[in-house]
Design a protein around this ligand. Structure first.
Ligand code: DC
Length: 224
């Protein structure tokens, strides 16, 4: 049976998370942001002073625990029972998360958490990340690969963070996005890549509403 999963993958700053959230709301499905788990474990490891070694990180994730609390109202990443939705977006987490997400044991732990979360929602779910359509749910009902020009991704990220999109800030942000793209696409385990059966969607010149609608209409067809 094809899994009732909508997989939205793409590089950093392509708008996956905000898009997935809006698509999920329109379809009445939960949204699972896989990057939040990598970020929550990065935050926990930095706070605990845990070395970035696979088994130690997974042990930390289980003991605290680091988890995704997923309800119909949405999800929240938690560390030891505390909501970490905000601190996982901090610069110090963003700077180290690609390094942690390149570790095979960490990826296995995240993938188990994601599959368990989806199993609790038989009506389906919308997941976003880098490898949802290629590795985590290769039988997803619909796979979307979001792309956008680097300058546009940088501009959106700055606005999302409440910062001004000056030419200097855009230049700095493009360099940071390209650094993460490179790390995410060249790592040995589950690199960022478009699934053969994914629908590519370049959002550079689309309004947010149009890009959400493009996915929702395909999802309705896939689920009908
Ligand atoms: O989407 P994001 O920027 O919050 O993701 C944070 C990091 O986690 C990113 O550098 C790559 C990694 N990630 C991943 O490797 N696989 C996923 N499915 C989701 C995120």
């Amino acid at each position: 049976m094809t899994s009732r999963v909508i997989a939205i993958d793409g590089p950093a700053g392509s708008g996956k998370s905000t898009t997935a959230s809006a698509v999920a709301a329109l379809l009445g499905l939960p949204h699972v942001e896989s990057g939040a788990l990598y970020r929550a474990l990065t935050l926990a490891a930095l706070d605990a002073g845990t070395a970035f070694v696979g088994q130690r990180l997974v042990a930390l994730a289980h003991s605290l625990p680091v988890r995704l609390d997923l309800t119909d109202a949405g999800f929240r990443p938690e560390v030891a029972g505390t909501d970490v939705s905000e601190p996982i977006r901090s610069e110090r987490v963003t700077a180290r998360v690609s390094e942690l997400s390149a570790i095979a044991e960490v990826r296995e732990w995240v993938n188990e958490e994601l599959r368990a979360a989806v199993e609790r929602h038989p009506r389906g779910a919308v997941l976003d990340g880098r490898d949802i359509g290629t590795v985590v749910f290769p039988d997803a009902a619909l796979k979307i690969f979001l792309v956008a020009r680097p300058e546009e991704r940088a501009r959106r990220r700055l606005l999302q963070d409440g910062r001004e999109a000056t030419p200097e800030a855009i230049e700095h942000e493009v360099a940071e996005l390209e650094r993460r793209d490179h790390l995410d696409s060249t790592r040995a385990v589950a690199p960022l890549t478009q699934a053969a059966d994914a629908v590519p969607l370049d959002t550079s010149d689309l309004t947010f509403e149009d890009q959400v609608e493009a996915i929702v209409s395909r999802a309705r067809k896939a689920f009908s």
